[in-house]
Ligand binder design. Sequence first.
Ligand code: SF4
Length: 475
Amino acid sequence: MTCAEKIRLYTDGIAERTGRRPGVSVTTFGCQQNEADSERLTGIAESLGYRRTDNEEEAYLIIYNTCAVREHAELKALSRTGQLKHLKERNPELIVCVCGCMVAQEHRLEDIKKRYPYVDILFGTASHGRLAEYLAEKIESGGRAFYPDSDYQIEEGLPVCRESSFKAWVSVMYGCDNFCTYCVVPYVRGRERSRRRECILEEIRGLVAGGVRDITLLGQNVNSYGKGLYDDYSFADLLEDICGIEGDYIIRFMTSHPKDATFRLIDVMAEHSRQDSRPRIARQFHLPLQSGSDRILRAMNRRYTRDRYLSLVNYMREKIPDIAVSTDIIVGFPGETEEDFSDTLEMLETVRFDAFFSFIYSPRKGTPAARMEQVPDDVKTERFARMLEVQNRISREKNDLYVGRTERVLVEGRSKTDPGMMTGRNEKNRLIHFRGDDSLTGNFVNVKIISADTYYVEGAFEKEGLDEQNEVQSH
Ligand code: SF4
């Protein structure tokens, strides 16, 4: 009997005894790659006879898929793990599993083993497809099981339980070879490896045929897609092939690296985001800058200069004049002086990003930057506040330009902060709120923008603006 068959029998047994299939609750900490991984873990658990639930109280399998990029994310996951003790006492059949980037670090694996004796299974990022095996071993032995990552392979064909019926993540490559000095990703997700193009195209064809409208291609460094797999097939070629798939959908991608993003990639985007035909690629580019100082970029081992960065942005804006450009910035990297920080502020004013994600540097164990001379916490916090002030002003000015325009919006559902409003995003990923009803969820609609805020704009749904080939369906 295979491990999957054993777990199926086991879950059937619980279902017979309790009158309900046993629940599986999967919680994601961290990035979009982790969200995509969690959808796979949920899909695998469902294929083993578990029923997806958001209520940990009724779960027989709890999986925490953790992140290691910032200390804050690790502490949050550990604090939540601590709270599982009482659930385990109440239901001894509950299996607690902690996995993901945090667990792929040896010191954290040892820490969790010692401090949380009720965690049954620990594994990293490389072996989701072995979940049935891990569960079978746990159930048969009754003991705890720890699986540090050793072999980073690509696992195709695993079941996926997607959170949304109209938005989807599609991983195109995994891992990273760049070794930026602040980052743990190359240590916890292994070296770069790309999925075969035919697997990616087949997955996207299936998603589009199933009604998915917004697809984000994922990878730690999508611009190096194909390296080591193909001699003359790049990320730009992949995007072109994807755009050949018929249907009403939009493609986004993240994350790009400024040293690897090419002018050809921008040409392909320009060709397939034209407004005179239905655009296939979103007019949006997320390009992490991290710092505006060449000195700090060198210390980060980013391997580009601010001039190279600006030449990419200028080319994008020349080819796609209204493209939305967003970025990531790290404040307080070791050795950052006031002058370095001023260079970053100057880049914000020069580029005028549509959105940014900013982080206060926190040292990650085992990375070179953790051993460099650190910037005092109060200096980092003060710089962070100043930077936010600059970017908030720019974001607000950019949002003001939307007022009076009509935007095509993919409706995501009710606003979390105001259930009276519907919320969605335009092609440029701008958050848009408007009054409407649940039947619009999952559809493209036209919204006339009437007011702007720093982080979103508000508008009115234009009924006659509904796409004809896009009749409202409920999802
Ligand atoms: S490119 Fe740099 S920051 Fe991004 S995942 Fe790779 S090492 Fe980390």
